[in-house]
Design a protein around this ligand. Structure first.
Ligand code: HEC
Ligand code: HEC
Ligand code: HEC
Ligand code: HEC
Ligand code: HEC
Ligand code: HEC
Ligand code: HEC
Ligand code: HEC
Ligand code: HEC
Ligand code: HEC
Length: 312
C-alpha cells in the first residue's frame, strides 16, 4: 500500500510537471513568429543581444523624443515595416522591413543614407552631399555600428581599424617607423579628416593642408622674419602625414630633399667635394650625414635678425 507521503510527493511532482509544461507552451506561443495576424512590436521577435544592444545606445534614451524609443525606436531607422511585422500570407516569405542595412536584402545606398541624414543633416555633416565618401557610394553604416553599445569609429583607440578596412595604403603607412600616434590610439584619423565631408581638399578638417597642421603645430604658422617659401605653401611638400621610413615624417632625407629645389652650382647642389674631382669619391662636407640641416637648422623659417639662411 502506498504511504500518504509517497502519494503526496507524486502529486507534487505531477503539479510541477504540469506547470513546466504550461510555461513551455507559453514560450512557444510567444516565439511563434507572427502566428496571429496581430502586429507585434519588433522586440517580440528580435530578442537577440546582438540586436538589443541598440537599447543601450544614444538612440534609445527613454524620454528623448527625438529617438522615439518608447513608441517606435526601431522604426526610426528600419522604417514603418507593417508588412514585415504581420503574419505572412500562407506559403509566402516574410517581407523584409522597409530599410535593411546588411545581408542579401540590403536597401539601396541612398535610402540607407537618407534615413540617418533625416535626423543628422547639418553640423559636421553639412558637406556630406558631394563629399568623396558620398560620391564613392559609401554610406553611414559603412563606418557606424548602430547596434553595439560603443560604436568603435567614435573612439580614437578603435577608429583606425574601421578606416583601414577600405584604406589599406594608409594602414601600411601608419606602421612605418615615423608616424603620427594613430595606431597607438593617442590621435585619430578624424583629428585631421572630417569623413563626413569638408570644404578643404582630401576631406581635411582645415581649408588647406597647412591650416590642418597648424591646429596642433601652431609654432610653424609664423609669420616669421625670414620665411622659407615651401613651408608657408604646403607642409606636404616635404612631409607625408601618414607615415615614413625617414625620420620626422619626411618624404626624402636631406640633402636629396633640399636638392629637389636648390640645384644651383653653389654648395647646396654638390654631393661630392670639388677637391676630389675628377675621382669624385669624397663626399662634400656640405652633404655628409644630415648635411644641410647641420647648418640650416631652422628649416621652417627664422625669427633671428641674421637668420636669413635659416642657420639660426
Ligand atoms: C512577428 C515576428 C517579427 C516581428 C514583429 C519583426 N520581425 Fe524582423 N524578422 C523576423 C524574422 C522571422 C526575420 C527573418 C530573419 C531572422 O531569422 O532573423 C526577420 C528579419 C529582420 C531583419 C533582417 C531583414 C532581412 O531581410 O535580411 C530586420 C532588419 C528586421 N527583421 C527588423 C525588424 C524591425 C525593425 C521590426 C519592427 C519594426 C521587426 N523586425 C519586427 C520576425 C519579426
Ligand atoms: C540608429 C539606427 C538604428 C536603430 C534605432 C535600429 N537599427 Fe537595426 N540596424 C541598423 C544598422 C545600421 C544595421 C546594420 C548593422 C549594424 O550597423 O550593426 C542594423 C541591423 C539590424 C538587424 C540585422 C539585419 C540588418 O538589417 O542588417 C536587425 C534584425 C535589426 N537591425 C533590428 C532592429 C531592431 C529590432 C531595432 C529596435 C530594437 C533596431 N534594429 C533599431 C540601424 C538601426
Ligand atoms: C529619429 C532620429 C534619428 C535617426 C533616424 C538616427 N539618429 Fe543617430 N542620433 C539621434 C539622436 C537624438 C542622437 C543623440 C545624440 C544627440 O544629442 O544628437 C543620435 C546619436 C547618434 C550618434 C552619436 C552616438 C554617441 O554615442 O555619441 C551617431 C554616431 C549616430 N547617431 C549615427 C546615426 C546613424 C549612422 C543613423 C542611421 C543608421 C542614425 N544615427 C539615425 C537621432 C537619430
Ligand atoms: C568614413 C566613415 C564615416 C562615415 C561614412 C560616416 N561617419 Fe559619422 N562619424 C565618423 C567618425 C570617425 C566620427 C567621429 C568624429 C570625431 O571624432 O570628430 C563620426 C561621428 C558621427 C556622429 C557623432 C558626432 C557628431 O558629429 O555629432 C554622428 C551623429 C554621425 N557621425 C553621423 C553620421 C551620418 C548620419 C552619416 C551618413 C550621412 C555618417 N556619420 C557617415 C565616421 C563616419
Ligand atoms: C596629421 C594629419 C593626418 C592624419 C592623422 C591622417 N591623415 Fe589622411 N591625409 C592627411 C593629409 C594632409 C592628406 C593630403 C596630403 C597627402 O596625402 O599627402 C591626407 C590624405 C588622405 C587620403 C587621400 C590619399 C590620396 O593619396 O589621395 C586618405 C585616403 C587618407 N588621408 C586617409 C586617412 C586615414 C584612414 C587616416 C587614419 C588612419 C588618416 N588619413 C590620418 C592628413 C592626415
Ligand atoms: C567602406 C569603405 C570605406 C571606409 C570604411 C572608409 N573609407 Fe574613406 N574612402 C572610401 C572611398 C571608396 C573613397 C573615395 C576613393 C578614394 O579616394 O580612395 C574614400 C575617400 C577618402 C578620403 C579622401 C581621399 C581624397 O583623395 O580626397 C579620405 C581622407 C578618407 N576616405 C578617409 C577615411 C577615414 C578617415 C575613414 C575612417 C573614419 C574612412 N575613410 C573610411 C572608402 C572608405
Ligand atoms: C591633432 C593634432 C595634430 C595635427 C592636426 C597634426 N599633428 Fe603632427 N604631430 C602631432 C603629435 C601628437 C605628434 C607626435 C609628437 C611626439 O611624438 O612627440 C606629431 C608629430 C609630427 C611630426 C614629427 C614626427 C616625428 O617622427 O618626429 C611631424 C613632422 C608632424 N607632426 C607634421 C605634421 C603635419 C605635416 C601635419 C598636417 C598635415 C600635422 N603634423 C598635423 C599632432 C598633430
Ligand atoms: C622644406 C621642407 C619642409 C617643409 C615644407 C616643412 N618641413 Fe617640417 N621638417 C622639415 C625637416 C627637414 C625636418 C627635420 C628637422 C630636423 O631633423 O632637425 C622637419 C621637422 C618637422 C617637425 C618635427 C620637429 C620640429 O621642428 O618640431 C614638425 C612637427 C614639422 N616639421 C612640421 C611641419 C609643418 C607643420 C609644416 C608646414 C607648416 C612643415 N613642417 C613644413 C622640413 C620641412
Ligand atoms: C620645394 C622647393 C624647396 C625645397 C624642397 C627646399 N627649399 Fe629652401 N628655398 C626654396 C625657395 C623657393 C627659397 C627662397 C629662395 C629665394 O628667396 O631666392 C628657399 C630658400 C632657402 C634658403 C635661404 C636662401 C636664400 O637665398 O635666401 C636656405 C638656406 C634654404 N632654402 C635651405 C633649404 C634646405 C636646407 C632644404 C632642405 C631641408 C630646403 N631649403 C628645401 C625652396 C625649397
Ligand atoms: C657647413 C655649413 C653648411 C652646410 C652643411 C650647408 N650650408 Fe648652405 N649655406 C651655408 C652658409 C654659411 C651660407 C651662406 C653663404 C653666403 O651667404 O654667402 C649658405 C647658403 C645657402 C643657400 C643660399 C644660396 C647660396 O647658395 O648661397 C642655400 C640655398 C643653401 N645654403 C642650401 C644648402 C643645402 C641645400 C645644403 C645641403 C646640401 C647646404 N646648404 C649645406 C652653410 C652651409
Amino acid at each position: 500500500m502506498l504511504s500518504l507521503r509517497v502519494i503526496l510527493s507524486l502529486w507534487v511532482c505531477g503539479l510541477m510537471l504540469a506547470t513546466v509544461g504550461a510555461r513551455a507552451q507559453d514560450a512557444a506561443a510567444s516565439r511563434s513568429l507572427g502566428a496571429s495576424t496581430e502586429i507585434k512590436s519588433c522586440l517580440n521577435c528580435h530578442d537577440d543581444p546582438k540586436v538589443t544592444g541598440v537599447l543601450h545606445t544614444a538612440h534609445s534614451v527613454k524620454g528623448d523624443a527625438r529617438t522615439q524609443v518608447d513608441t517606435a525606436g526601431c522604426q526610426s531607422c528600419h522604417g514603418d515595416s507593417q508588412a514585415h511585422m504581420a503574419k505572412p500570407a500562407e506559403g509566402q516569405a516574410r517581407p523584409s522591413p522597409e530599410i535593411v542595412f546588411s545581408g542579401p536584402h540590403t536597401s539601396p545606398t541612398e535610402q540607407r543614407t537618407k534615413v540617418c541624414l533625416d535626423c543628422h543633416e547639418g553640423a559636421a555633416r553639412t558637406h556630406w552631399q558631394g563629399s568623396q565618401h558620398a560620391a564613392a557610394d559609401v554610406t553611414c553604416a559603412n563606418c557606424h555600428s548602430s547596434h553595439v553599445v560603443q560604436d568603435p569609429v567614435l573612439s580614437a583607440v578603435s577608429q583606425a581599424p574601421v578606416c583601414f578596412t577600405c584604406h589599406a595604403e594608409q594602414r601600411a603607412a601608419a606602421l612605418k617607423p615615423s608616424h603620427h600616434p594613430v595606431v597607438e590610439g593617442q590621435m585619430s584619423c578624424s583629428d585631421c579628416h572630417n569623413p563626413h565631408g569638408s570644404t578643404g581638399p582630401h576631406l581635411l578638417v582645415g581649408t588647406t593642408v597647412n591650416e590642418t597642421c597648424y591646429g596642433c603645430h601652431d609654432e610653424k604658422r609664423g609669420p616669421m622674419l625670414w620665411e622659407h617659401p615651401p613651408v608657408q605653401e604646403d607642409c606636404s611638400i616635404c612631409h607625408t602625414p601618414h607615415g615614413s621610413v625617414q625620420a620626422s615624417l619626411l618624404k626624402q632625407r636631406a640633402p636629396y630633399l633640399c636638392q629637389n629645389c636648390h640645384d644651383s652650382t653653389l654648395h647646396n647642389s654638390q654631393p661630392f667635394s670639388g677637391a676630389s674631382i675628377p675621382g669624385g669619391s669624397a663626399p662634400s662636407r656640405m652633404a655628409v650625414l644630415r648635411g644641410c640641416l647641420n647648418c640650416h637648422s631652422q628649416v621652417h623659417g627664422s625669427n633671428h635678425p641674421s637668420g636669413i639662411r635659416f642657420a639660426r
